[in-house]
Design a protein around this ligand. Sequence first.
Ligand code: NA7
Length: 548
Amino acid sequence: MSEVMEEGRTATAADTRHFDVVVVGGGLGGLYALHRLRGLGLSVRVFEAGSGVGGTWFWNRYPGARCDVESMEYSYGFSDPLQQEWHWPERYGTQPEILRYINHVADRFDLRRDIQLNTRVVSAVFDPAAGQWTLGTEQGEMVTARFCVMASGNLSTPRVPDFKGLESFQGKWYHTGLWPHEGVDFSGLRVGVIGTGSSGVQMIPHIAAQADHLTVFQRTANFSLPARNAPLDPEKERRHKQEYEDRRRAALDTPFGIAGHPAPTQGALQVTEAERQSAYERKWAEGGSISFLYSYTDLLVNQEANDTASEFVRQKIRSIVRNPATAEILAPKDHPIGTKRLCLDTNYYETYNRNNVSLVDVKSDPIQEIAATGLRTRDGTFGPFDAIVFATGFDAMTGALREIDVRVEGGPALAEQWEAGPRTYLGLMVSGFPNMFVVTGPGSPSVKTQMILAIEQHTDWIADCLTYMRDHGYERIEASRPAQDAWVEHVNQVADSTLYPLANSWYVGANIPGKPRVFMPYVGGFAGYKRRCDSVAANGYEGFVLSR
Ligand code: NA7
């Protein structure tokens, strides 16, 4: 590897424009990549578009924003002192709390000196002769690097639908993923919220509590379970910390990357109706999505089994929401529970019992245009609104990468190569793009797992790979086309053996008009995936082409 690297020198802002590794993105993925790769003695530079670190948790500041994985799990496991010392006040971390944690990590591991904020990478071009990447930023800065690590996030490209007339709206409008840092006071305002995914479901109760009137526009009813958030029980925290290392290790052997949920042993149809109901009731009372989906072995693979869980939640919705017509609109009937991201909420369905909240079904009567004071569907006019909030999601999993002009000199852009859907080997590399790694890319379990664990597993794999290359004198690594084809086929086969493809979700790009319908995350489970990555490495990076 380069001399820079062998000297173990760390780059600073002023002294060089060449690095061993450039990392795109300063969120949870980019920060760990920096820490881990710098630890190998590599010079590393992180470029981050935001004015602070944190990625998803930097941008998504909407009211009620909270993680739906429990805080003791949703945190880095690489440093025991860190996980022992950090105190999470609640069962689920709020956005400000998680951002505080990420900033603490940046300071604690002295990461900031190698992070360049307010810098969006717009191009990454590989020069095969020189064996290096040239990355260009929005400001026109150019840097070169031997390796490029894309940690640009899975839910980092917010999308406001292309509604006619948005520019004519006289009120204020917001997107959940681009929330103003100073916050928004909705007191006394008439507000419209479009979208009822996780962001909408978390935010709607908060806006309803402030606004004069809230109108929610729902295209697809989503299943949501009670989060049962609460202050973290000190005894539970103490025990968890005592067992932290074992729990982190155990998490590697689970499908979702989260320990503490015993694997189910029976199918839903193998037990009586009464047993099923009592199991679902127990999970409903406990709160949390993984535990609910883990009630039986077959909820995500057998429609009839899934129907029992879906109907249980529909009945809960009907029992909470007093207006039967509203309850029916809210009760999802077009997809099996768990095949779209299962939401966790605090008083979401209860919110529709408030006098100042109304629900509009825009599935049968879609939004046609935004007007000066409200919006129009084919059959109606809604408003006036002082504010409209778009909780309309992201160009998930591929958006951030496709927005960068990634190519090998003279060759087609990555976005063109992915026109029919993303293709990767293990979600880690893309054939034809040497020395470019992706952290939690499409084709890896990523969003179907505890993200931070997935980030650490990928980054550790990349770090081991770079060490192997250094030890064996290799300078270039690339995924082979046959290995990539076989992996993509496997990812599809696994998805097709489940109920996931039945839903119009962002997992298949359904929320972005024109995006090819391809199931993007790997749903074969984290444990099996990790074993596969480990065996690929143990076999001398099987399926990758290494060269000098
Ligand atoms: P999601 O889950 O993609 O939700 C977006 C919502 O916006 C969803 O209800 C969409 O309906 C709706 N939407 C999108 N476009 C439109 C239009 N044109 N008209 C009406 N409604 C629309 O994004 P979130 O931010 O809530 O959550 C993203 C992830 O972040 C989440 O899964 C967690 O992992 C954290 P649709 O369902 O597409 O019919």
